[in-house]
Structure formats: C-alpha cells, structure tokens
Design a binder for this molecule. Structure first.
Ligand code: FAD
Length: 302
C-alpha cells in the first residue's frame, strides 16, 4: 500500500501547470494531474499507476467555483462535491447535478473529491458522468497549445479513459440550463447508503402540457462508459406524462393495466453491455436499468 516514488510539483498558475505538463509530454514522461486524490491516490497505493511525477492543481483558484452564465452554469474542475452541493446556483439552475452529487460517497470524500476529477477519471460507476451525458454538457480543456471544447458525448471514451490528451487540464464543465417545463431525477441503486452505484439513472424530462415533449436519460454502470438510453428517449416522446401507478418492477397499478411509459422504459438496457462483478450479474443490472429508468422518468415528469 505504499506508492512508487514520484516527484511532486505544485504550480501556482495555470500557465505553469500547462508548461510542466507539456514538457513532461514532450520528454515522454508519465506525469499525472492531481485534484482531490480520492481516485488517484488509491491507484498509486495499489501500484496500479506509477507516474514519475504528480502535478497538484490545488493552488489554482481559477479552476474552483460555480458561475451562473447566460445559457449555462460553469462548474470549475477543482470545485469539490461539497461546494457543488452548497451552491444555490447549482441547486436552482441545474438541479440534476445537485441530486446526483448528493449521492456521491460520504461527507469526507465529498470534501476532497472534485467535480472535474470525477469526470476526468471517467469511471462508468461514477454518478456525475451520466449526468453530464444526459445534460449534453461541454468540457473545457487547456494545454500548452490552447483551449478546446469537448462535448460530453465524445468525452467518455472507454473504461477509466476520457478524451483528455496527455498534457491537457480540464478547466471546467459547461452545464446547459434547461428551461421551464423540465423535471429532473437521479435514481441510484446501491448496496448501502454512500456506496457506489450498482446501476444509476439520470433523467431530465420536458413536459408540454400533459405530454412528454423530450426526455434525456443516461445510465451509470451499464457499460465501460456512461450510456445514453436513446431507445427510451425516442419511445417516450409524445406519451402522456400522467402517472398510471406502479414503480416499474410490477405492471402498473398491480392489475396488469397498460402503462406506455413503463413499456418505453423497458428498453433501457438496449445497446448496453453491463459488467459482472461481486455485486451484480449483467442480467440483474439490465433488470435494474429498466426498473430504475421507469422510476426516474416518473419522478422527473411527475
Ligand atoms: P483525483 O483522484 O485527484 O484524480 C482522478 C483522475 O482524474 C486522475 O487520473 C487525475 O489525473 C484526473 N484529473 C483530476 N482532475 C483533473 C483535471 N482538472 N484535469 C485533468 N485531469 C484531472 N464517486 C461517485 O461518483 N460516486 C460514489 O458513490 C463514490 N464513492 C466513493 C467512495 C470512496 C470511498 C472514494 C474514495 C471515492 C468515491 N467516489 C465516488 C469518487 C469521488 O467522487 C472522487 O471525487 C472522484 O472519483 C475523483 O475526484 P478527485 O478530485 O479526487 O480526482
């Protein structure tokens, strides 16, 4: 449980951080960015990662904080989960982020772990990547060569692999504000409170009158990356948003009454490749995805 030796660099400006990372990249060194350390340090201690140096972003105040901008909320990469939860802007302007963040780990982890670290780590069991995918967030990234933006749909590449190139720092995430008529929910199934998701569902639903006008749904831990449940989104469009009862596990109303929303959510596992682990087999995860999606959609549209 002792990491391999590494150099420790603590830049005082973003320019310095980018320069250090660019130099390391050009000399072929394996240098890692350190944010809250909640995911990276366990990997170092288990020697699953052994970078030659860590570049600690902790002093870069410009990467921390939440801003209410015209059509989006900008969440700085170094903003901790706790700061996200305490932000009135997040709670009021992008409640799905607040709902999901409240389920992340325990208070100790939430005080150290960062919004950007959760995204950059690209763990499909993490709660926030699915939220970013459902909301079509945009990732703002800087390297020695300048700034670029990466849409959420392209950011999560594979298991623990994001679209960040060596030498790039995630500055923050643009979370689009969704207008009137939208409802939100994050449904997480975990073994114990404060544990990782066995399966999670992020849902945003827009009601036009009594009809579902648009739905955005993304799944946690149903494949090597978070997955958008496009089949459900398509099937929900135009359905009545009025509840017909049932939680998705049983036929609506318990009497076999037909519930088109539940039928639509029955496609939640379509196109997924859920993992098998100590907690669940793939078939069980598929069942959970269908049931939890129905619950999330009902809560978001109710
Ligand atoms: P670090 O550990 O510092 O970094 C993680 C990775 O991201 C590293 O590869 C690092 O190089 C990279 N990185 C970090 N910041 C940047 C940046 N700005 N630019 C470029 N690369 C960057 N998460 C959940 O979603 N749900 C849970 O239920 C949950 N439970 C947890 C329980 C425990 C006990 C622990 C220890 C963690 C848990 N987590 C959970 C993870 C937690 O949310 C971490 O905050 C998150 O995974 C990583 O954030 P960090 O700031 O600690 O990143």
């Amino acid at each position: 449980m002792i990491p391999a030796p590494f150099d420790y660099i603590r830049p005082t400006s973003l320019e310095e951080a980018c320069r250090v990372l660019a130099e390391a990249d050009s000399s072929g060194e394996d240098v890692k960015v350190l944010a809250g350390g909640q995911s990276l340090l366990p990997l170092l201690r288990l020697r699953l990662a052994y970078p030659s140096a860590l570049v600690d972003l902790g002093r870069l105040a410009e990467l921390r904080g939440v801003e209410d901008r015209d059509d989006h909320v900008f969440i700085g990469a170094l903003t901790t989960h706790d700061e996200v939860l305490r932000s009135p802007v997040v709670r009021e302007r992008t409640p799905l982020v607040a709902l999901a963040t409240a389920t992340v780990a325990d208070p100790a982890v939430r005080h150290r772990g960062t919004f950007g670290g959760s995204m950059a780590h690209a763990d499909p069991a993490g709660d926030l990547p699915a939220v970013a995918l459902a909301l079509d967030c945009v990732f703002v990234v800087r390297s020695g060569e300048g700034e670029r933006e990466i849409p959420a749909a392209e950011f999560f590449v594979d298991y623990l692999e994001s679209a960040l190139e060596p030498g790039e720092v995630l500055l923050g995430v643009r979370v689009p504000k969704l207008g009137p008529g939208w409802g939100f929910h994050y449904e997480k199934f975990h073994r114990t409170a404060q544990a990782w998701a066995i399966v999670g569902v992020a849902a945003a639903v827009r009601r036009d009158g009594g009809i579902i006008g648009e739905a955005r749904i993304a799944l946690t831990n149903m494949g090597p990356t978070p997955v958008r449940a496009r089949a459900v989104e398509d099937a929900l469009r135009g359905l009545s948003s009025a509840p017909t009862g049932g939680d998705g596990a049983q036929p609506a109303g318990g009497d076999g009454a037909h519930d088109p929303v539940r039928d639509a959510c029955g496609q939640a596992d379509s196109g997924t490749s859920p993992p098998a682990d100590l907690h669940a087999k793939p078939d069980y995860r598929r069942h959970l995805a269908r049931v939890l999606t129905h619950r999330a959609v009902r809560a978001a549209s109710g």
